[in-house]
Design a protein around this ligand. Structure first.
Ligand code: PAD
Ligand code: ZN
Length: 366
């Protein structure tokens, strides 16, 4: 079939919205009519060439949709079902999957731009087009592995489902599943965009005592305060580490989250934590970037420095819980969506993200 899709042919060039060929789902695969797709910075890293993938590729990894058709052997979903798409399709058999860490599935690492048989269902004029995160949701239709499909109730709006596909699960998961923040803890969040605001919501959910929003954009800081931050710090006009220490009575925070993606902000995040504190790195820095970490403090202060991919969640167990938290009013995700776009406006949507317009943009018409 033909599907409209936004194709990345070259780094630092606009995405080309055009019709491409989409093959039917093979065994164990599912054809999805994409309902909504979020504008996440992770795709931008590839557009800019700060992260590399085979080109051409259709990006897009934060999505929800409706099952249109299933390939042979698919039993967990049927046509008409609403699903949130997991941007990690776990194989269920590798060491990490069986160890309860499907978010870092080893098999998926090999096949992250194709289906599990190593081929892509997208092509144009005989040329294959890679499928980012095995899903390529900047498109009207997508073929994905069955394990990408997390069943969602019909009462879950599709745009909210898209957020749960990436930024909410990544942000809330970083607090609940990765850091396991205890009530009363102090928290700093460096980078308060779509994902960082979800970290703030996660910190509110666990009753953190102080939630310090750190961002270079004043609009983001104001927005963060509306989502439950108790303090705001702008590193462009003050020493952010010194200010965070001052707010926490000279100690530093119990938990600091890096949610921008650079060596500099990783260093800043690490330095904001107290003796015995934990830094969780969520942002993805450009390829090859390193962060200077004080090797002595790591030991003498027993600091913990860790990464959190997909919020360290087990997608099949934790994403339905996050859906329920939204449906029972515990996560204010509606307020996060500040602009809706059509697929034709995707380049404009990424310009808005880079300008730092508040909240999350979502493509809702294709
Ligand atoms: P975003 O652009 O919506 O937010 C980034 C925020 O960082 C913006 O508010 C910026 O103003 C702010 N910022 C920029 N520079 C600084 C600075 N020096 N100090 C403080 N704040 C700064 O992006 P996003 O929320 O979509 O994504 C954030 C990062 O998280 C990005 O690197 C993305 O690739 C990564 C990500 N990781 C995962 C994962 O699984 N670990 C999942 C999804 C996204
Ligand atoms: Zn994302």
């Amino acid at each position: 079939m033909q599907t409209k899709a936004a194709v990345l042919y070259e780094y630092n060039q606009p995405l080309v919205v055009e019709d491409v060929e989409l093959d039917p789902p093979k065994a164990g695969e599912v054809l999805i009519k994409v309902g909504a797709a979020g504008i996440c910075r992770s795709d931008l890293h590839f557009m800019k060439g700060h992260a590399r993938a085979p080109l051409p590729i259709v990006l897009g990894h934060e999505a929800s949709g409706t099952v249109e058709e299933v390939g042979s052997g698919v039993t967990s979903v049927k046509p008409g079902d609403r699903v949130v798409l997991s941007f990690v399709s776990a194989c269920g058999r590798c060491n990490n999957c069986t160890d309860g860490r499907p978010n870092i599935c080893e098999t998926r690492a090999q096949f992250w731009t194709s289906q599990f048989d190593g081929t892509s269902r997208l092509h144009k004029g005989g040329q294959p087009i890679a499928q980012f995160d095995q899903m390529s949701c900047f498109a009207e239709y997508s073929v994905v592995p069955e394990s990408a499909c997390i069943p969602a109730p019909d009462s879950l709006p599709l745009d909210i489902g898209a957020l749960i596909g990436c930024c909410t699960t990544t942000g809330v998961g970083a607090v609940l599943a990765s850091a396991k923040v205890e009530p009363g803890s102090t928290v700093a969040v460096v980078g308060c965009g779509g994902v960082g605001l979800n970290v703030i919501m996660g910190a509110v959910l666990v009753n953190a005592s102080q939630i310090i929003a750190v961002d270079i954009n004043e609009g983001k800081l104001e927005f963060a305060m509306k989502f439950g931050a108790t303090h705001s710090v702008n590193p462009s006009n003050q020493d952010a580490v010194a200010r965070v220490k001052e707010i926490t009575g000279g100690k530093g925070v119990d938990y600091a989250f890096e949610v921008f993606g650079s060596g500099k902000t990783v260093e800043m995040t690490y330095n904001m934590t107290r003796k015995g504190g934990t830094s969780v790195i969520v942002g993805i820095a450009p390829l090859g970037e390193t962060a200077p970490i004080d090797a002595v403090s790591l030991v003498r202060d027993e600091k913990i420095l860790k990464g959190a991919y997909y919020g360290s969640v087990r997608m099949r167990t934790d994403m339905p819980k996050i859906m329920d938290m939204y449906l029972s009013g515990r996560l204010k995700l509606d307020d996060l969506i500040t602009r809706r776009y059509s697929l034709d406006q995707i380049n404009e949507a990424y310009d808005d993200l880079q300008r730092g317009d508040v909240g999350r943009g979502v493509i809702t018409s294709f």
